[in-house]
Design a protein around this ligand. Structure first.
Ligand code: PLP
Ligand code: COI
Length: 372
C-alpha cells in the first residue's frame, strides 16, 4: 500500500503539546563529550540519546527518547533487501548565550513526507516529530559544539521493518533521529573542491527517485564517487541521465554557477534533490539584489564560460557541505580551473550570510531559525 497526504495516519494525540507526555528512558551512564572540537570530522561521534517511533497496525505510535545504541534486526527485514528507506539532514547551533538554534527544521520534515510519499512510506505528523526533535535537543544541548564551522548534525530516518522477502511496501516502519556533533564535511574544510564531471554513470533520472531523499540514491552513487576519489577528486558532478548534457547536482550538494552577471542553478526537473540550502541561497541572493536563474544549464555552457572568462564562480550548497567553493572541474580529461582555484566573492558573501544567520551573528530577517 502507498500513502498520500489525504491518508496520513496521525499519531493519536490530538492534545499533544510537546514535552509533557514524551516517553523518556534514562541512560545509565553518559559518554565523554569530544575534548577537541577542531577534530570532529563528519558523522563519526553520536550523542547519548536518540528518538524512535514505530509504525504498526496502520498508525504511528508515540515517540520515545531513549539511550543511543545498537538495535537488533532480523536479516529478512525489508530495508536490507529492497532499500525502502528515507532520511533527512539538518543542523542545530548554539551561540555564546547558550541559545540553541535550529535551521529551517519544518522544511526537512515537509521534504521527508514528500520522500515518504514517493517510497510508499506512511507520512509522519510533522508537528509530532518536530516537538520530539526539540525535546531531544533540549536533553542533548551540551553536545552542540560551539567552535567556528561546527554544529550538531541531526539525522532523521525512516526504514521499512517488515520481516519478509516479497517485493511489497512494508506495513511496519521505524522512524528515528540520531545526533552527531560535526565539523567540516570535507576534510580540507573551506578549501575549494575538485569535481569530476561524470559522463558515464547516472545518479537519477526523471520519473526515478532523484528528487526524494531515499537511501538507494546514495548507494547508486558510490561507484562513481569511489572512482573519482581514486583520481584525486572530492566528488562527482552529475549530468542528466538521458543526454549527459545538463548539469544536475553533486552527491551531497546542489550546484550554482556565476556566469557573467547571472547566478545560475539547475532547475528542479525531477531528478535533483530540492535542497533547503539551495532554496535559502536563492532567497538570500535575490533579496540582496543578485539575478538568480533556475534553469537548465548545460556542461558545454559552463565550459564555454570558463574558456571565455565569464565563469566567475562555482559553488555547492548543502546542510553538511554548507556553501562550498568549487576550484576545479575535470570534464572529458581536461581540467577547468574556476576563479583561479579560489573562493569567489559571492560564494564568500553567501557562506558568511548563511552561517551568520544560523549562528545568530546576523539578523534572521526571514524567520528561518527556531530558537529553543
Ligand atoms: N543534493 C543531495 C543529493 C543531497 O544529499 C543534499 C543534502 O542533503 C543536497 C543536495 C543539499 O540539500 P540540503 O541543502 O537540503 O541539505
Ligand atoms: C546533508 O547535507 O544533510 C546530506 O544528507 C548530505 C550527505 C551527508 C548525504
Amino acid at each position: 500500500m502507498c500513502y498520500n497526504s489525504a491518508e496520513i495516519k496521525r499519531a493519536e494525540r490530538p492534545d499533544h503539546e510537546g514535552s509533557a507526555d514524551m516517553k523518556f528512558i534514562k541512560a545509565e551512564k553518559l559518554k565523554e563529550k569530544p575534548a577537541d572540537q577542531s577534530k570532529l570530522g563528519f558523522g563519526k561521534i553520536f550523542t547519548d540519546y536518540m528518538l524512535t517511533m514505530k509504525y504498526k497496525d496502520g498508525k504511528w505510535g508515540e515517540p520515545v527518547i531513549e539511550p543511543y545504541g545498537p538495535v537488533a534486526f532480523d536479516l529478512a527485514t525489508t530495508v536490507f533487501h529492497y532499500a525502502q528507506g528515507i532520511f533527512e539532514g539538518l543542523k542545530a547551533f548554539k551561540n555564546e548565550k547558550g541559545e540553541v538554534r535550529v535551521f529551517r527544521p519544518e522544511e526537512n520534515f515537509k521534504r521527508m513526507n514528500r520522500s515518504a510519499e514517493r517510497m510508499c512510506i506512511p507520512l509522519i505528523d510533522e508537528k509530532v516529530v518536530l516537538d520530539g526533535l526539540f525535546e531531544l535537543l533540549k536533553i542533548e544541548k551540551d553536545w552542540i559544539p560551539t567552535a567556528p564551522g561546527t554544529a550538531l548534525y541531526i539525522r532523521p530516518s525512516i526504514i521499512a521493518t517488515n520481516v519478509m522477502l516479497g517485493v511489497h511496501a512494508s506495513s511496519e516502519y521505524l522512524f528515528f533521529i540520531i545526533l552527531s556533533p560535526v565539523g567540516s564535511y570535507y576534510a580540507h574544510g573551506l578549501e575549494p573542491t575538485r569535481l569530476l564531471v561524470e559522463d558515464y554513470y547516472t545518479r537519477a533520472t526523471v520519473g526515478g527517485t532523484g528528487e526524494a531523499k531515499c537511501i538507494a540514491n546514495y548507494a547508486v552513487s558510490l561507484k562513481a564517487g569511489e572512482e573519482a576519489e581514486k583520481k584525486g577528486f572530492d566528488q562527482v558532478l552529475w549530468l542528466d541521465a538521458n543526454e549527459k548534457k545538463y548539469v544536475e547536482e553533486v552527491g551531497s550538494m546542489n550546484m550554482f554557477f556565476v556566469i557573467g552577471g547571472e547566478v545560475v542553478t539547475p532547475a528542479l526537473v525531477g531528478s535533483i534533490l530540492p535542497g533547503i540550502t539551495r532554496k535559502s541561497s536563492i532567497e538570500l541572493l535575490r533579496a540582496h539584489g543578485y539575478k538568480v536563474s533556475e534553469r537548465r544549464v548545460s556542461i558545454d555552457e559552463v565550459i564555454e564560460a570558463q574558456k571565455n572568462g565569464t565563469l566567475n564562480e562555482a559553488f555547492g550548497t548543502g546542510t553538511a557541505a554548507v556553501i562550498s567553493p568549487v576550484g576545479m572541474m575535470e570534464y572529458k580529461g581536461v581540467d577547468y580551473v574556476v576563479n583561479g582555484g579560489k573562493m569567489g566573492e559571492i560564494t564568500k558573501w553567501l557562506y558568511d550570510t548563511i552561517t551568520g544567520i544560523q549562528s545568530g551573528r546576523l539578523e534572521d530577517k526571514f524567520g528561518w531559525v527556531v530558537k529553543l
